[in-house]
Design a protein. Structure first.
Length: 519
């Protein structure tokens, strides 16, 4: 009971710090900044205590606790403990970074308040044990984040990006509210534990399938999937701490809801198929556009689009444990990338020999991909490859394509032997890490997340299509130096650098370019 109460109270220190921030001075509010940092540290300690309690007592009967008729409850399991710790850790780092980064800004106090409210909302979301709390945390995180995006309200680009983000967020809010209503009607309760148990038993009928469709829509919108990805690539006008919080935290809310409600999503195979198509295309699209961006933060934003697409692809393939692992890895990587983006130009300039050390021809690329797949299969056999779900095997093959891209340089005629050995080692380590982490996360989430079902004809077709698509793109990237100077390649680069103009079309649709300067 004490642990359950702790989960419900975890956002409270941040809420108190936010209250102090709004009541204090705007410029250099020393007490406010200290309070926010202490609140973030208390939250991180609370998350650590929760993990210890989960390890000692387990999630058996205590995760779902209702309080009176308010419908408040908290869930402590592998998902909530992982996400809570992740949010608390990144939140603590961002708060500390923001205190220095924004020192002297006229509205630093208000910024700290909105930052604390955003973090508190995300914590409510990831620890929610009821539909009401899930929706409250989801909506709150979007609303408060929008205030952070408009930290510089006089900037036209900030106005446009905030307006676009607000439109996408409100549509996503309505989708999740509609899904919550359908789930409550289908299962007769707002308790997530009872809903997930019913869904795992195959209950819910058409209402649950409709809810799965709305959940998918909310997840796609929140995760900035094509063609509504533009808002994520335009919010660079916000301070760097906001970018880190958005790309390492709030953007994962869509994937989290899909993972949390995985049992419901499995009731709608057609919806999962749509997620595979949208996520797969967004991942390929974002990764290609990312390579054409000259600005560091913009390139990182497109990287997030691609990574979120890959996460949605994982959810569509019913690889929910791997999607959770992806959320953690991407969040830590992206938080570091944004907070360290200021020194990226100096680091790049210090590289004496940028670009590939050798240009592979078609033969080298073919040998590299065959070698990478052979290494992958060999390592996988040691982890029981033949007993893995086909979707798991396919996803690992897609990941190894990225290593094959580097391996192709090692197989080039002009490449030194050391490079070939090093890239082959990378392929072996990547394969071992993938299967090792997949085994570990599947064990940790057993009983919490559903196992990946055997694929039917539709799932087989989509899985094969995904492997072929990512493989072809990897081959094109590996051979790009051979035709990079062709006029067609130059034209393609221009179109990709503009995101194939999908965002411009969306701007025209919503009148995003009509923002005016404040009078």
């Amino acid at each position: 009971m004490l642990v359950d109460l702790l989960l419900l109270l975890i956002p409270v220190p941040l809420l108190l710090a936010a209250t102090l921030a709004f009541a204090g001075p705007g410029r250099r509010p020393r007490l406010t900044l200290r309070a926010a940092e202490v609140a973030a540290m208390i939250t991180l300690i609370g998350a650590a205590v929760s993990i210890a309690a989960l390890a000692v007592f387990g999630p058996a009967s205590g995760p779902w606790i209702g309080i009176g008729g308010l419908g408040l409850s908290a869930r402590l399991d592998a998902i909530s403990a992982t996400m809570m710790t992740l949010v608390a850790f990144i939140g603590w780092i961002v708060v500390r970074y923001a205190n220095t980064f924004l020192d002297g800004e006229a509205r630093q106090g208000a910024f700290t308040g909105w930052l604390c409210l955003t973090l508190a909302s995300v914590l409510v979301l990831v620890t929610a044990g009821s539909l009401a709390q899930l929706v409250l945390g989801w909506v709150g995180a979007g609303v408060f984040l929008q205030r952070l995006l408009l930290f510089y309200p006089e900037r036209l680009a900030a106005q446009r990006a905030s307006r676009k983000a607000g439109i996408i967020a409100r549509v996503g809010d309505l989708a999740l509210v509609g899904a919550a209503g359908l789930l409550a009607a289908a299962y007769g309760t707002g308790d997530l534990g009872a809903i997930l148990a019913g869904a795992r038993a195959g209950e819910g009928g058409a209402l649950a399938v409709g809810a799965a469709g709305l959940i998918a829509l909310a997840g796609v919108l929140k995760s900035a999937q094509f063609p509504v990805h533009g808002w994520l690539t335009e919010v660079m006008e916000a301070p760097t701490p906001v970018s880190a919080l958005l790309h390492a935290g709030v953007i994962n809310a869509g994937g989290f809801v899909l993972i949390r409600l995985a049992d419901v999503m499995l009731l709608a195979p057609g919806v999962l198929a749509v997620l595979v198509v949208i996520g797969g295309f967004t991942a390929l699209f974002g990764s290609l556009v990312m390579l054409t961006q000259p600005a560091v933060k913009t390139s990182l934003a497109w990287s997030t689009v691609a990574q979120m697409g890959f996460m949605i692809l994982q959810c569509g393939l019913a690889l929910f444990p791997l999607a959770l692992l992806h959320v953690v890895a991407h969040s830590l990587y992206k938080a570091h990338s944004f907070l360290a983006s200021g020194g990226a130009v100096e680091r790049v300039a210090a590289i004496r020999r940028p670009g590939p050390v050798a240009i592979p021809n078609a033969g080298a690329v073919s040998r590299a991909f065959l070698a990478a797949l052979a290494i992958y299969v060999f390592i996988g056999l040691g982890f029981g490859l033949m007993n893995k779900a086909p979707q798991v095997i396919a996803l690992g093959a897609i990941l190894i394509f990225g290593v094959a891209y580097m391996l192709a340089q090692g197989f080039a005629d002009a490449a030194p032997a050391a490079l070939t050995r090093r890239t082959a080692l990378y392929a072996a380590l990547t394969s071992a890490a993938y299967f090792g982490l997949q085994t570990a996360v599947s064990h940790l989430t057993a009983g919490v997340l559903p196992s990946t079902p055997n694929p039917g004809p539709l799932e087989w077709g989509l899985t094969i299509l995904a492997v072929i698509s990512f493989g072809l793109v990897a081959i094109v990237q590996a051979m790009f130096p051979l035709w990079a100077h062709h006029p067609a390649a130059a034209g393609l680069r221009v179109h990709l650098s503009n995101g194939l103009y999908a965002n411009a079309a969306f701007d025209r649709l919503i009148g995003g370019w009509a923002a005016r300067r404040p009078s």
